[in-house]
Design a protein around this ligand. Structure first.
Ligand SMILES: Nc1ncnc2c1ncn2[C@@H]1O[C@H](COP(=O)(O)OP(=O)(O)OP(=O)(O)O)[C@@H](O)[C@H]1O
Ligand SMILES: [Mg+2]
Length: 352
């Protein structure tokens, strides 16, 4: 009875701690959190003022004593303390209001890591999960989770090429027998495209624009190839020569010009990964093509750009922003059968 009760209230949980967004999945329940990875801090008192959606609203609009920060840079924790507080907040929220749920901790937590991470970076992810209340922590490489999110049977000896283009990193990985055979990780993804747009406006139009505006432009008229749509949009910013507000019109092809060098870096990483893939797996990949996940795969024409460059069919996973967390859901629903495929870091025993 006690055991049953314990199982009822002890929840296994998955966390996709992304540079742009944090998603949480509870076993048996599904995705319960999908919010920006942003925290607003009072930099005089270090007090947290807002987290997630509420903090995102403040980006670029804060008075001098408030700082809206993104505590992950290129998929890696850059501010441990803030990530810990943010995660604890999201996990507490996910517990719900039920008294029994609130008093219990999370016994098992599966969390994603980029493929190229160092041991120190992996340990930081594990430590943050433990400090936020998890007892057992399992790490899973994000492209593996993304493939699972697409319900691919990754345990077979069949090559699958997954490209996860998120906010901070692009992960290119060939998976076979449930593990990564070859991979490349590069710190060029959606955030870099936003930076490219900001830089382009500064250089070309002498107009200062914020990160949010750059992201809106990218999503609204951004494209990876000429789609013949020739869209335009009005952009407001600060004229750098006069220091006053100014509105200009920008064309789709200008935005494409701004982001193309970064897109080519992503394409080169995909090509580079194919070049080092064992030939036996290439046959499978020729049939299944490139599987795209992550928010940046939604950039218009990106799938076509990749397909033309590598001469393979390309498929964008349905709802690519939730692919990684849905894959963690697949793991959580049958953790015993996946345990061997997950990473658990060996811990040194304390000296006494
Ligand atoms: N329709 C769209 N067109 C272009 N880019 C988009 C679109 N929708 C979302 N994005 C971009 O996707 C990125 C976020 O993707 P995602 O949520 O997969 O990243 P993340 O998992 O938080 O980051 P990472 O995996 O790199 O740590 C952002 O840069 C966002 O601007
Ligand atoms: Mg991601």
């Amino acid at each position: 009875m006690i055991k049953n009760l314990g199982e009822k209230f002890s929840k296994s949980i998955g966390v996709d701690l992304g540079t742009s967004r944090t998603l949480i999945y509870i076993k048996g329940k599904g995705i319960v959190t999908n919010e920006p990875t942003v925290v607003a801090l009072n930099n005089k008192t270090n007090q947290i003022l807002a987290i997630g959606n509420e903090a995102e609203e403040m980006v670029g609009k804060t008075p001098s004593h408030i700082n809206a920060i993104k505590p992950l840079t290129n998929g890696v924790i850059s501010d441990f303390e803030v990530v810990e507080k943010m995660l604890r907040y999201f996990l507490d929220q996910a517990k719900g209001k039920n008294f029994f749920s609130r008093i219990l901790d999370w016994p098992r937590l599966v969390i994603g890591i980029p493929t190229g991470g160092t041991e120190v970076e992996k340990r930081a992810v594990e430590d943050v999960a433990r400090s936020a209340g998890a007892k057992e922590v399992y790490l899973v490489e994000e492209p593996v989770a993304a493939a699972l999110g697409d319900r691919l049977s990754i345990k077979e000896s069949k090559g699958i090429l997954v490209v996860d283009v998120g906010g901070g990193t692009t992960e290119v990985a060939v998976i076979s027998l449930g593990g990564i055979v070859v991979a490349k990780s590069l710190r060029v993804a959606g955030d870099k495209l936003n930076e490219d747009i900001i830089y382009y406006f500064k250089e070309r139009f002498k107009l200062a624009i914020g990160e949010k505006t750059a992201e809106e432009i990218k999503i609204f008229i951004g494209s990876a190839i000429d789609l013949g749509s020739n869209q335009e949009t009005k952009v407001r910013g600060r004229d750098l020569t006069r220091g006053l507000p100014k509105e200009i019109k920008v064309k789709e092809e200008e935005i494409r010009e701004a982001i193309t060098p970064s897109l080519m870096k992503i394409v080169d990483a995909i090509k580079g990964t194919i070049e080092i893939t064992p030939p036996e797996l290439l046959g499978d990949i020729m049939a299944s093509g490139v599987i795209l996940s992550g928010g940046t795969s939604l950039l218009r024409g990106f799938d076509k750009l990749v397909g033309d460059a590598v001469d393979l069919p390309v498929k964008i996973i349905e709802d690519p922003i939730t692919a990684v967390i849905r894959g963690m859901g697949v793991i959580l629903e049958d953790l015993d059968s996946w345990r061997d495929f997950l990473i658990t870091l060996s811990r040194e025993k304390p000296p006494f």
